[in-house]
Design a protein around this ligand. Structure first.
Ligand code: BLA
Length: 231
């Protein structure tokens, strides 16, 4: 599932001269002990991005996940691109979260770098949800226009493809248009990205899920050496 989103990211990464970074065999693909679930991971480096990671989890009819995060190089203050899309087969529910994750909450910063999400939200009303449960703090590393969709996937597939394409195109335009930093210097950017990884690794609701499917040892390696390498 989510193959078209995956293909879209890969095409964009290729266009931007991304180079695939070889992962260990166990990180690139791993099966759960009962073989009902498989996780695949990809890692890229691009001229303007120090790390772009993609994860697909295939748990058959029960669970499907597509997750991707783009970390700009420490030279650029632009937000981190964050996408977490999950399909829960038992309840037939989709959860999609897409955001340009701001490094700081300064109003001028979020206006400059995140407000193009407003236009997208207006066009796709089903994604016009900003309410989160209390797993994450919506005032830390989320923009005021974070797009959240909870719904039944069968009638959302086309919208999801379209919104994702625009979301990615507009994000890559931010980088293209930003010649100079206005809010943060190299050291501040580096610290914010490190804090993002620490914060995310502490809050990630998926850790329990990974441990139950793939065991403690693999999960520790996955979090430290793939998901949140600066944590
Ligand atoms: C929620 N993400 C979740 C949940 C799970 C995952 C299990 C809880 C779902 C529930 O409410 O029942 C799963 N997260 C994963 C998996 C990976 C992962 C499998 O990272 C694999 C790599 N999460 C992100 C990123 C964002 C993000 C980059 O990883 C930013 C866009 C957001 N996920 C996010 C948010 C919620 C969530 C905001 C909570 C939604 C809510 O409050 O209801």
């Amino acid at each position: 599932m989510f193959e078209s989103l995956f293909n879209n990211v890969c095409e964009n990464i290729k266009k931007k001269n991304g180079i695939e970074v070889q992962l260990s065999k166990e990180l690139s693909q791993f099966h759960s002990r009962d073989s009902k679930c498989v996780i695949n991971n990809w890692l890229y480096e691009l001229p303007d991005f120090r790390k772009w990671r993609i994860t697909k989890l295939d748990g058959g009819d029960k669970l499907q996940v597509f997750n991707t995060v783009a970390y700009p190089s420490f030279k650029s203050e632009i937000p981190i691109l964050g996408v977490d899309i999950l399909w829960f087969g038992n309840s037939q529910k989709l959860l999609a979260v897409l955001d340009y994750q701001p490094l700081i909450q300064d109003k001028d910063y979020v206006d400059k770098y995140c407000s193009s999400l407003k236009i997208l939200k207006n066009r796709f009303s089903k994604f016009d949800n900003t309410k989160m449960k209390n797993i994450y703090d919506s005032n830390q590393y989320f923009s005021p226009w974070v797009m959240i969709c909870r719904g039944n996937k069968s009638n959302l597939e086309i919208d999801l493809d379209n919104i994702f394409r625009l979301f990615l195109d507009k994000y890559l335009e931010i980088k293209f248009k930003t010649q100079e930093n206005q809010f943060l210097n190299f050291d501040q950017i580096k610290k914010s990205q490190k804090d993002y990884d620490i914060y995310s690794s502490e809050r990630d609701p998926a850790e329990k899920l990974f441990k139950s499917f793939f065991g403690e040892i693999w999960t520790r390696d996955f979090i430290k050496n793939f998901l949140f390498t600066l944590s």
